[in-house]
Design a protein around this ligand. Structure first.
Ligand SMILES: O=C(O)CCC(=O)C(=O)O
Ligand SMILES: [Fe+2]
Length: 194
């Protein structure tokens, strides 16, 4: 999977292995337009997003379940382009206090921690916020097709799929668009790993 980050009004490039999103999209203001459209939804209160992560996935590629970390405003918006994908959500590992005051992490398999998925259709925008963003893990399985089940929480809202369909993945480009408070942006620019 290729990653590219655009911050500071999209001029700062990180983790680059060559731009995977035509820089013209940035020069011509295409991306800025979409950031402004997202800002109009007031998902970042009165803020306009200032940070874009571009990921490109070949069919069969995914991303391990993870949380994005506290560097970002607790809302993330993602535009999916070209292919659909399934974004899977998982419960975090549970821990409990033992008698001696130490905490114990209960190991459970990812399969047991799986909750539900969202179908991200091509040209769609998804907004993930609050606990779904801060508490639960998200990931994309490494597979080339996805069978639609009742675990796909938004299936009734999707125009391109019904339960029982087997959707073949092709190359997908995702634009993860967020607002990063200024004070935290400096940390990102110095290459702090997320
Ligand atoms: O590509 C996506 O939709 C998710 C990407 C993601 O979770 C990340 O880069 O942290
Ligand atoms: Fe993520």
């Amino acid at each position: 999977m290729k990653k590219n980050t655009f911050g500071d009004r999209f001029t700062q490039h990180q983790n680059q292995s060559g731009p995977i999103c035509p820089t013209d999209a940035f020069r011509t203001g295409w991306l800025e337009t979409y950031c402004e459209k997202i800002a109009e939804l007031k998902v970042f209160e009165d803020k306009v997003p200032n940070h874009v992560l571009v990921n490109e996935y070949e069919a069969g590629q995914g991303i391990m379940p993870h949380v994005d970390g506290s560097l970002y405003y607790p809302t993330v918006t993602t535009i999916s382009l070209r292919s659909h994908t399934l974004l899977d959500f998982y419960k975090p590992l549970q821990s409990s206090e033992s008698g001696d005051g130490t905490s114990q992490i209960h190991s459970t398999s990812l399969e047991e921690r799986y909750m539900q998925s969202l179908l991200l259709e091509p040209r769609s925008l998804v907004i993930v916020r609050d606990d779904m963003y801060k508490v639960y893990l998200h990931g994309i399985a490494e597979c080339k097709s996805d069978i639609m089940t009742d675990k796909v929480a938004n299936i009734d809202l999707c125009e391109t799929a019904n339960i029982g369909d087997n959707l073949k993945r092709t190359t997908r480009v995702s634009l993860t668009i967020r607002y990063v408070p200024k004070i935290l942006k400096a940390k990102l620019m110095f290459g702090k790993k997320r």
